[in-house]
Design a protein around this ligand. Sequence first.
Ligand code: APR
Ligand code: PHB
Length: 390
Amino acid sequence: MKTRVCIIGGGPSGLLLAQLLHLKGIDNVVLEKHSREYVLARIRAGVLEHGFAKLMREAQCGERMDREGEIHEGFFIADAGQLNRVDLHKYSGGSSVIVYGQTELTRDLYDARERMNGAVIHNAEDVQPHDLTSAAPYVTWRAGDEVKRIDCDFVIGADGFHGVSRKSIPRDVLREYEKVYPSGWLGVLSRTKPVSPELIYARHERGFALCSLRSQVLSRYYIQVPLSDTVEGWSDDAFWAELKRRLPAEVGARLQTGPSIEKSIAPLRSFVAEPMRYGNLFLAGDAAHIVPPTGARGLNSAASDIYYLYHALLAHYQRGDASGLEGYSAKALARVWKAQRFSWWMTMMLHTFPGSSDYDRKLQDTDLAYLFSSEAAMSSLAENYVGLPF
Ligand code: APR
Ligand code: PHB
């Protein structure tokens, strides 16, 4: 097999790039380790920056997102029993975010690939890139007992944090930066009416909580838990009781509870791998960087990687201009680190971590007091949350 661009990973990053390139006549193949059903069973985040939404529309995959997604112009921060609203629309110069589940977005991307007979190879086992620093890289994988090979011009590592791509960069080239937080988020999806029309990020001495949603009949809630906790250790009743304890009384009183249809614990981690290019391998999305979900930056950081790669590959194939590819890593990392900073800041401001001191808590009090007393502070939060320019 031969293609121009071989994309390892059939998550949002890989599928979005595949769709954008296809529409410009740039041949590509996606190699996905798992089945489509397995990928679509993952419950992930649900807030899209306007930049990501614009890319989905350009990829001809934005129709259901625009029909079913909710435009949100603000969110709340709960602290000391009070709710304070962050007016994103006012402080971002009129922008907003779309609340639309990543699972649905990934489904839309898969449907578009299928509609256009896009090449997505599922259950590709032992995927391995080769000759990345040559002009003729190739990728092998196993389909059952048969070893397959595809020759290409470029390999895109969109295979997530646990993928093979980042590990294909030599140890003496790769630099990794990591901060692991001593907590995780226990998330629950329930077919209940959301407790609030807009998201509520709650700071509480017992731990952080988040009230989010997927639609007016599908709610998504999180509570911060110790890393030693397990999903099995949390009954639905225990989850709802703890969530209520961390919310202002008036919010807890109207919380509609119900059976969890999904329950999982995700660790909190900040991670960046540099460089995001090695020879003809380009890393994108979770393969290169991870953020704690507090700032809703995970998928949106992948969006700018895909935007830069898409335009760089377009320039290469349409105009013989390699400057975008040459400059990709530096350009992508500049925005990635800004998302890292914002996610770290939101996380440290709102979480009560084990071992945090009274001084730490006073800093959090001050951060929140400054935020709600300064237009400059509110504008800084808003411009990061709705999405810095690509
Ligand atoms: N070979 C082929 N595919 C692989 C391999 C491999 N060795 N390893 C992982 N994959 C696949 C995974 O099965 C997954 O479908 O790569 C895909 C990577 O998708 P994601 O992990 O979702 O990463 P990405 O597409 O960058 O999306 C980032 O996902 O995890 C969330 O918070 C994150 O919202 C962000 C988004
Ligand atoms: C979600 O809806 O899953 C969600 C929303 C905002 C976040 C994190 C997760 O910051």
